[in-house]
Design a protein around this ligand. Structure first.
Ligand SMILES: C[S@@+](CC[C@H](N)C(=O)[O-])C[C@H]1O[C@@H](n2cnc3c(N)ncnc32)[C@H](O)[C@@H]1O
Length: 216
């Protein structure tokens, strides 16, 4: 049986602002619980308002490890004003730019999970450049351009420990299915073709891969 979150954690996930459907959330949670057994931190690229971070935080709490979540909190291309995924409530009225950090902090506080998460605020490649220790799980849900998706893969996948999991969101093999593009799909293919990762599960657009070899 895959691990499932307690009802209050699932309710907090469902109440949080964000884009991840419940089915994918449950698959992410189950992967995070499994990866937590390695006793290594779990890292997410793409915090937004903390919806998926709730699940990683709860899995980390259970495992006695920490969840790390990376975001510059200024939003992806498709979340900017005028785009389909824009939410005007995420704009800081003082500077007129998106700032999802305050909502993220409220989300985690309400879920009672603040003590299990470290927020890394900055551009993912810059944070990855100074990161130096192994991770039990890397969840890639950041920018959806080829430049961003490849940089996230190149920056973070090398840190996935042997037996650890690489989880990729928004993998759409059919270009008709997603207007934000197929960069995550291309990164998923790249990971499989590297020979370093083996597929564990497919849940809608969420792919879970395990490190079974060296490199990326
Ligand atoms: C699709 S949202 C993440 C959704 C979140 N995982 C959830 O479940 O609600 C993508 C996030 O990635 C962030 N992002 C995009 N490119 C980034 C980059 N290069 N460095 C850091 N964060 C980035 C955006 O600011 C945005 O909040």
């Amino acid at each position: 049986m895959p691990a499932a979150p307690e009802p209050e954690i699932l309710a907090a996930f469902e109440a949080a602002k964000g884009f991840m459907p419940v089915g994918e959330g449950l698959a992410l949670y189950s992967a995070a619980v499994e990866a937590g057994r390695l006793g290594l931190p779990l890292l997410e690229v793409g915090t937004y308002c903390g919806r998926s971070a709730i699940l990683l935080a709860d899995a980390a709490r259970q495992a006695g490890v920490v969840a790390l979540t990376v975001d510059h909190h200024r939003g992806s291309e498709e979340q900017q004003p005028g785009w389909e995924y824009h939410d005007p409530e995420t704009v800081d009225p003082e500077i007129g730019l998106m700032d999802t950090l305050p909502t993220f902090r409220r989300t985690l506080h309400r879920a009672g999970l603040e003590d299990h998460v470290v927020a890394l605020v900055g551009h993912s490649p810059q944070v990855a450049k100074v990161w130096g220790s192994p991770l039990g799980l890397v969840f890639v849900d950041g920018g959806h351009t080829d430049e961003h998706a490849n940089a996230d893969y190149e920056g973070w996948a090398p840190h996935v420990a042997e037996g650890g999991l690489l989880v990729i969101h928004d993998v759409f093999p059919d270009p008709e299915d997603e207007f934000t593009g197929q960069a995550p799909y291309r990164v998923y293919l790249r990971a499989l073709e590297s020979g370093a990762f083996t597929e564990v599960s497919v849940t809608d657009s969420l792919r879970v891969l395990r490190r079974t070899g060296a490199g990326i």
